[in-house]
Design a protein around this ligand. Structure first.
Ligand SMILES: CC(C)(COP(=O)(O)OP(=O)(O)OC[C@H]1O[C@@H](n2cnc3c(N)ncnc32)[C@H](O)[C@@H]1OP(=O)(O)O)[C@@H](O)C(=O)NCCC(=O)NCCS
Length: 180
């Protein structure tokens, strides 16, 4: 699934490799990790290397997709689709110096459309911690809708935080007017 390089107008999305660990680790500051549920803080480089190795293997097996986002030829962040509760779950992050230029919207649009084009999936899921308005805005523009509210454990914060679960159906993504 999506086991190839994807291009957008400003970005290259490259299948993850172990060699990406150092650059991803440099971009993954506290400002990033505080919004991601499964990542501890601080995260040792060895843990990032372990993640990259597992992610590359999961891609090889077709179980998940993990792409490094390259902007201006530099490693900017990561976008992924991972199995969770019977669906594929979209996740993403960028280093703070890359925020505010519409880059993740551009990456996610290409990623989501490629996923629906290459699979028979009827929907995908995602979610955000409740005060992550930037990320929720990206998902709303793609057509995701909020389907649940609850608490999710944040490893970085060491406690449960308010969280919303979102879902994007194939048919809804095909109707951009609904996603405006
Ligand atoms: C979330 C993240 C990926 C956004 O990347 P980005 O490239 O800056 O996002 P974009 O510029 O494509 O889009 C952000 C949208 O949020 C809007 N936005 C920015 N700050 C906002 C705020 N404080 N409140 C509401 N909306 C805001 C922007 O205007 C834009 O919407 P628009 O296109 O309608 O104008 C990036 O901030 C990040 O990596 N954060 C840390 C990790 C994270 O939160 N990952 C997602 C976990 S669910």
């Amino acid at each position: 699934m999506l086991n190839r390089t994807l291009d957008t107008s400003r970005l290259i999305l490259c299948p993850i490799a172990l060699e990406d660990a150092g650059a991803l680790h440099r971009e993954m500051t506290w400002e990033v990790v505080r919004w991601l549920s499964p990542v501890p803080w601080p995260q040792p480089l060895a843990a990032m290397r372990g993640f990259c190795a597992r992610a590359a293997e999961d891609m090889r097996r077709g179980a998940a997709a993990h792409h490094v986002v390259l902007a201006d030829g530099r490693t900017a962040g990561l976008i992924s689709l991972m199995p969770a509760d019977g669906a594929m779950e979209l996740g993403y992050w960028l280093g703070p110096s890359f925020w505010g230029r519409g880059l993740m919207s551009e990456a996610a649009e290409t990623y989501v459309d490629a996923f629906f084009a290459e699979t028979q999936a009827v929907h995908m899921t995602s979610g955000v911690f409740a005060d992550n308005r930037r990320s929720l805005r990206i998902q709303e523009r793609l057509g995701f809708v909020v389907v649940g509210e609850g608490l999710k454990f944040s490893k970085a914060h060491g406690r449960y935080l308010p969280h919303v679960t979102t879902m994007l159906g194939r048919a809804r993504r095909r109707q951009p007017a609904l996603a405006a």
